[in-house]
Ligand binder design. Structure first.
Ligand code: DGY
Length: 338
C-alpha cells in the first residue's frame, strides 16, 4: 500500500482531507502542560488530545487525522496506521522510536520523526547521576540515613568504587553515548566504546578508544553504560553470557531501553555480587519495575527520568510540533527517521 508523500515546496500546504472538516492533529493529552490546550496548526487543522491509555480516534474522525504526536508508550503498528487513512506524519515525542513500526509507515508514505539533540544533555546528566549513585552506593546510604539507625561515621561504611583512573565502557556512541563519554574526563575516567562506525570526533576530543567487539568492552570496563537504540539486534543483547564477562564488581547503567538488558540475568548478577551495582532508568515492561530490582540494595532504580528536565521536555514538544507543521505545509521535516 502506498500514499502520496507530502508535496515538497507547497507554499500553502495541502487541503485538509474530509471535505469542509479541517484535518486533525492527535496529541498525547499528557503534553497539555507543555503545549497548552490550543496548539496552532497550519490551515486551521484542529487538535484532538488523546491520553496514552485511550484509543486513537475511530469512525469518521479517523479519516480526518493527518498527524499524531504520541508518547513512547503508545505502539504505532500497521493496524494503527491502516485505521488512520489520512495520516501523514507520526511525530514521536521521544528520541527512541521503537514504539513505531517505521517500515510499515514508510510503506504507506507516512513520515516518522523523533526528537534528537534537545534531550541529549539531560539524558547524559542523568546517566552520570546513575553512575555516581550506583558506584557510591547512594541507595544504601539513603536507606541508612532515613532509617534513624545510623551509628555514626565508620572507616569501612558503605565503601563504593572510585571512578578516577577507571574505564567507562559505552555501548552506542551516538548523540547521548558521546555526551556521556565527553563528561568522563572530568571524573578522570578513560573511555572505550563499541559502535558500528568509528566516532572519530570522540576519539580526537577525549582519546576514546573503539573496541572491535562487544566482548572486548565488557572485559575492560569498570562501568558499562548502555546507549543503543532498541532494535531486533539489540533486544536481549546483554544476557547472562555477556554479563559474566564484566569485571567482578563492575557497575552497569542503562538509560536506553530496558529490553536491551536481560532483567533476570542482571538481578542474579547483582544478587550474587558478581556485579557491584546497577543504575537503571528503563525497564522492559514499563511502567512495571521488576520487584527484584526494586528490592536489591545494589540496584539504584529510577522511573524513566532521562529527559526529565523542563528544558528538554519543552524542546521535545517544540521539535515534535515543528515537524508536524512542516509536513502539513508540504515541507520536509527537520528530524525524520528511517
Ligand atoms: C526517549 O526520548 O526515547 C526517552 O526514552 C524519553 O525521553
Amino acid at each position: 500500500m502506498s500514499r502520496s508523500a507530502p508535496a515538497a515546496g507547497s507554499a500553502h500546504g495541502a487541503e485538509p482531507p474530509g471535505g469542509s472538516s479541517p484535518g486533525l492533529v492527535v496529541v498525547a493529552r499528557e503534553l497539555v502542560p507543555l503545549c497548552g490546550d490550543a496548539p496552532r496548526w497550519p490551515g486551521g487543522r484542529e487538535t484532538r488530545f488523546v491520553a496514552a491509555d485511550e484509543p486513537l480516534p475511530g469512525g469518521y474522525l479517523a479519516r480526518r487525522v493527518e498527524a499524531i504526536i504520541p508518547l513512547l508508550s503508545r505502539p504505532i503498528g500497521a493496524a494503527e496506521l491502516d485505521a488512520l487513512p489520512g495520516l501523514r506524519i507520526v511525530s514521536n515525542y521521544a528520541v527512541g522510536y521503537d514504539n513505531v513500526d517505521v517500515a510499515a509507515a514508510a510503506e504507506r508514505g507516512i513520515v516518522v520523526c523523533n526528537t534528537p539533540d534537545v534531550l541529549t544533555s539531560a539524558t547524559a546528566d542523568l546517566t552520570w547521576a546513575l553512575i555516581l549513585a550506583a558506584a557510591r552506593r547512594l541507595r544504601e546510604g539513603l536507606d541508612l540515613a532515613r532509617s534513624g539507625d545510623w551509628a555514626g561515621w565508620r572507616p569501612d561504611e558503605l565503601l563504593g568504587m572510585g571512578l578516577e583512573e577507571k574505564t567507562l565502557g559505552i555501548l552506542g556512541a551516538g548523540r547521548i553515548g558521546s555526551a556521556v563519554a565527553r563528561r568522563a574526563p572530568g571524573f578522570g575516567m578513560r573511555v572505550v566504546y563499541w559502535n558500528l562506525a568509528p566516532n572519530e570526533i570522540l576519539e580526537r576530543e577525549i582519546g576514546a578508544r573503539r573496541a572491535d567487539t562487544l566482548g572486548e568492552v565488557l572485559s575492560v570496563c569498570d562501568v558499562l553504560s548502555v546507549h543503543l537504540p532498541l532494535t531486533a539486534d539489540t533486544d536481549g543483547l546483554l544476557g547472562e553470557a555477556e554479563l559474566v564477562r564484566l569485571r567482578p564488581g563492575a557497575v552497569l547503567v542503562n538509560t536506553a531501553r530496558g529490553e536491551i538488558v536481560d532483567t533476570e540475568a542482571l538481578a542474579a548478577a547483582l544478587r550474587q555480587g558478581r556485579l557491584g551495582a546497577a543504575g537503571l532508568d528503563v525497564y522492559p515492561d514499563e511502567p512495571a519495575i521488576p520487584a527484584e530490582l526494586r528490592e536489591l540494595p545494589n540496584a539504584f532504580v529510577l522511573p524513566h527520568l532521562g529527559s526529565a528536565t523542563r528544558e528538554a521536555r519543552r524542546g521535545m514538544w517544540e521539535l515534535a510540533a515543528v515537524n508536524v507543521r512542516r509536513v502539513l505545509e508540504g515541507r520536509p521535516p527537520l528530524t525524520p527517521v528511517g
